[in-house]
Design a protein around this ligand. Structure first.
Ligand SMILES: [Zn+2]
Length: 493
């Protein structure tokens, strides 16, 4: 039936696997966009849709049934049907991971009542959302709550997809395209403006958080204006940053990369064996644990499978880690990074000023949600930026990229300010674990940070609020007082 978690979960798994297939295209092609490519007798710039998928070795077109996510790779046993060239195991793993993550979030939100944003009714499905729109939904609170839950799930699935793409590109090239972070910010702003983003803590514009969001946003606009007019200096404008995605200097210096095959694990079998073991553990968890634990384990499994596909690299893959190290030790790091502190002054100062002066604004629901998005954006981006600045001042080499700043700003915009701290503290733990693995394997240790921020953000969709609860209880020094989560549900009292 339509309420069936297995049916809807499977449908979302299939949807996720298909989106994962497109994420593979984004991850691999983003580094080569616009480069001239000859295919089928035609030479044109490479885009996300051209040339159509084909085997890079024998150039044969891939038929639709050879493009079925996950299954085609298993059926072909990881080799091109025509020339038997190896198809990187990254393809099926990213598809599988995206599908698992979508299904896990759906089950957690709708069938266990768990997640960073509670969904009104347990036991109902995404189809209820459709019923709410096309049926008698208008005045019905249950339906409206369901509808909001569906929008929340949709936005979070979008978050997962964009973070997977950003992580894959960061792992390969040490850069995060601003197009990806901007589209996330746009999605968060749009859904909040149209009143469709329920769970994000809404902010009363007259409260302190709301006033900080107003002041901080005003300051950010001032800084952007001053930067645009050339009054504020750009940092590192003299240094050729091959990887930088957003310094003006980079635009004219981006080298033409020679197109290389998708970097992926050298050997497929360790990733395949690991994935099969993980899937067996997930299946067991559905049989023997509660729905919540199983949903969390499924989400964690999705993240590990994604990393198994994206992080290990074959020895032929382009490796830019040496270049990143060289760039991070650019001359005058401390002077350059202070220019970024100048940029941050107006938002920080205006946010503090607005927080200390009580003023009141009208507070329609859309403004409250918009301020919730903006405070998350400012807090997420600001926290990583201050980390970058203080780290660079301390060690005299660039710590963290501006791409990470943009990424955390986008994450904050989607999940809200209160989940920023849990993410900020989970990410380095994950990164450290991977650094230890690399140390044991004797591999390169230049770590991109984007994947860890991304994995932490996705985990925080389920574990963020419990962690926040826990440390709020610690801070308040009480062991019993329940900390209420100020959820704002349009249509609910
Ligand atoms: Zn082939």
């Amino acid at each position: 039936m339509l309420l069936n978690p297995i049916l809807t979960g499977t449908a979302l798994f299939v949807l996720g696997a298909c989106i994962g297939s497109f994420l593979n295209v984004i991850i691999w092609r983003s580094a080569y966009l616009g480069q001239p490519v000859t295919f089928g007798g035609k030479t044109a710039g490479l885009s996300l849709s051209w040339p159509p998928s084909h085997c890079p070795h024998c150039n044969c077109a891939i038929r639709w049934y050879q493009n079925i996510p996950v299954l085609a790779w298993v059926w072909l046993r990881g080799r091109c049907a025509k020339c038997q060239a190896k198809i990187p195991v990254r393809y099926p793993l990213v598809e599988l991971a995206t599908g698992l993550a979508f299904a896990a979030l759906y089950v957690a939100y709708f069938h266990t009542g768990w997640g960073h944003q509670p969904v009104g009714l347990a036991g109902a499905g995404i189809w209820h959302m459709v019923a709410a729109v096309f049926g008698n939904g208008a005045g019905n609170q249950q339906f409206r709550s369901m509808f909001n839950g569906g929008i929340t799930l949709g936005l979070d699935m979008f978050l997962v997809a964009v973070l997977f793409a950003a992580s894959g590109i960061d792992a390969d090239w040490y850069e995060i395209p601003t197009a990806l972070t901007n589209i996330l910010i746009a999605a968060a702003l749009l859904t909040s403006l149209f009143g469709l983003q329920p769970g994000l803590p809404a902010l009363n514009p007259s409260g302190m958080g709301g006033r900080m969001a107003v002041g901080g946003t005003a300051g950010l606009l001032v800084s952007l204006g001053l930067l645009w007019r050339g009054i504020l200096p750009r940092s590192f404008s003299q240094v050729v940053f091959v990887h930088a995605t957003d310094t003006a200097a980079a635009d004219s210096h981006i080298p033409q990369r020679s197109i290389a095959p998708m970097p992926g694990p050298q050997k497929s079998w360790p990733s395949v064996v690991g994935t099969v073991l993980i899937l067996l553990a997930v299946a067991a968890s559905w049989l023997w644990t509660s729905g919540r634990a199983a949903a969390l384990l499924t989400l964690m499994a999705a993240l590990v499978i994604f990393l198994l596909g994206v992080l290990p690299r074959s020895s032929e893959a382009p490796d830019e880690s040496a270049q990143v190290l060289e760039e991070s030790a650019a001359p005058n790091v401390r002077v350059e990074i202070l220019k970024e502190l100048l940029f941050l002054m107006p938002p920080v100062v205006l946010a503090l000023v607005a927080a200390s002066i009580p003023f009141s604004l009208p507070h329609p629901a859309w403004l409250q949600r918009l301020l919730g998005v903006l405070l998350g954006l400012l807090f997420g981006g600001g926290l990583i930026w201050l980390t970058r600045i203080s780290g660079s001042l301390a060690f005299n080499r660039v710590a963290m990229g501006l791409g990470d700043v943009h990424l955390m700003a986008a994450i904050g915009a989607v999940v809200g300010a209160r989940l920023v701290l849990p993410i900020f503290f989970i990410a380095p733990v994950l990164g450290l674990l991977w650094a230890i693995v690399l140390k044991f394997m004797g591999k390169r240790n230049v770590l991109p940070y984007g994947p860890w921020l991304s994995m932490a953000a996705i985990l925080a969709l389920l574990v963020g609020w419990p962690i926040e609860h826990w440390y709020l209880l610690k801070i308040s020094g009480s062991s019993t007082a329940p900390v209420t989560i100020p959820m704002h549900w349009p249509g609910t009292p």
